[in-house]
Design a protein around this ligand. Structure first.
Ligand SMILES: Cc1ncc(COP(=O)(O)O)c(C=O)c1O
Length: 389
């Protein structure tokens, strides 16, 4: 049997034909397919505005730019994330302040967040500007609590929703809750455009700023300059912007992927149920904790905990059994740059560190046929029994 990769995109002829249509149309950069994709995305999420970008990292950067982040400002986020979440804060010479996570959900611990905010926001001229919750694996953070803390301390909420399409919290779609939310369409994400991302917001001023800053700070996109009925050669620059726009080629893939988003979700959800049921008697493996069954967990990742310091051995035996696994995440505070920049030690965020030591992400994606799901289940059971019997 062939090696089962940890993740694979599910691209069909719908995406291929839509790309061909775009290539043949003569308009391949930001244009009509982008407009269609953004409109469809807003309808899907229920947000007022959607702004496509060429990565979630770009989207997070634009979001912080839109809220006016400045040098030496502070942004609270989780250390249990991909470096993109925090690196965009450094683009401004501002600083992330990490807050430890909950050991069950891997999401920011709201009690610790409250304690941290009490301390950091004590003075009148405090520097905290925003909270960036990360919905790890697709399970949503405690948004009610986070929103009320943000309100209390007058902070903005930028949600890192790279993992959480589609997901809900208290019956609200992620993408409609915080001030700005950013989704990723990287190759392994729940829908993909190869590379890409989408920002959602209900705030018109943020939308205006981000849609201009994503394209050099030009007050018109190329569609407005060349094609629309009111097209004119003239434009103005409103800021030192970035080259973060998505192409119509990528949007073509996104348009068709979005139509399959619910179907992909159902498949991942079923895989998660199968895994959790199949592993329930493995006493050294902890299956993912689901905080609230009424909230939609996107199941972008299915992360188990392997006990007794056997995580690395578990992954290498799984590899021998031709099943690819991954680790999400190596927490930021033990990565060289962050560790050195802020003199951090593993114990500074003990929960994040201990979650990392046990975490294994199993293959769980829409393209897996029944035989692959069964292969993963058998491999996990056999590996568990081999290590722990
Ligand atoms: C939590 C999180 N945030 C942000 C990103 C960045 O996404 P992108 O690759 O689209 O820039 C990722 C990518 O994996 C991620 O996992």
């Amino acid at each position: 049997m062939a090696f089962l990769p940890f993740a694979l995109p599910d691209i069909g002829y719908e995406e291929i034909n839509e790309v061909i249509d775009t290539l043949e149309s003569g308009w391949i950069t930001t244009g009509p397919k982008i407009m269609k994709f953004e409109k469809a995305f807003s309808e899907y999420i229920g947000s007022k505005y959607s702004i496509s970008v060429n990565s979630a990292t770009a989207g997070l950067h634009l979001a912080l730019d839109a809220i006016g982040l400045e040098r030496d400002d502070l942004v609270i986020t989780s250390p249990y994330t991909f470096t993109a979440t925090a690196e965009v804060i450094r683009y401004f010479d501002a600083h992330p302040v990490f807050c430890d996570i909950n050991e069950k959900t891997f999401n920011i611990d709201v009690q610790k967040l409250e304690d941290l905010l009490k301390k950091l926001c004590a003075g009148k001229n405090h520097k905290v500007k925003a909270i960036m919750p990360v919905h790890f694996a697709g399970q949503t953070c405690d948004m009610n609590e986070i929103m009320s803390l943000a309100q209390k301390y007058n902070l903005k909420i930028i949600e890192d929703a790279a993992h959480s399409l589609p997901a809900t919290c208290n019956n609200k779609m992620i993408g409609t809750i915080g001030d700005i939310t950013v989704f990723s369409f990287y190759a392994t994400k729940s829908i993909t455009t190869g590379e890409g991302g989408m920002i959602t917001t209900n705030n018109e001023a943020y939308k205006d700023k981000m849609s201009k800053m994503r394209l050099h700070g030009i007050n018109k996109d190329s569609w407005d300059r060349y094609v629309s009925p009111e097209a004119s050669w003239s434009y103005d620059i409103i800021g030192a912007g970035y080259k973060y726009n998505m192409t119509d080629i990528a949007a073509s893939i996104g348009l068709q992927q979005l139509k399959k988003c619910d179907y992909f979700f159902e498949k991942r959800n079923k895989i998660a149920e199968r895994y959790t049921e199949s592993f329930k008697n493995l006493n050294r493996i902890e299956t993912p904790f689901v905080k609230n069954k009424n909230d939609k967990h996107s199941w972008h990742l299915y992360v188990i905990k392997v006990k007794n310091k056997m995580r690395d051995k578990f992954i290498s035996i799984m590899k021998e059994k031709e099943v690819g696994c991954s680790v999400h995440f190596i927490p930021l505070h033990i990565q060289t740059y962050w560790k050195e920049k802020y003199s951090l030690k593993p114990d500074d965020f003990p929960v994040a560190y201990s979650c990392f030591c046990e975490a294994v992400s199993l293959p769980a994606y829409a393209k897996m046929p029944e035989s692959d799901i069964e292969k993963v289940i058998q491999a996990v059971i056999e590996t568990h029994n081999k290590i722990f019997s």
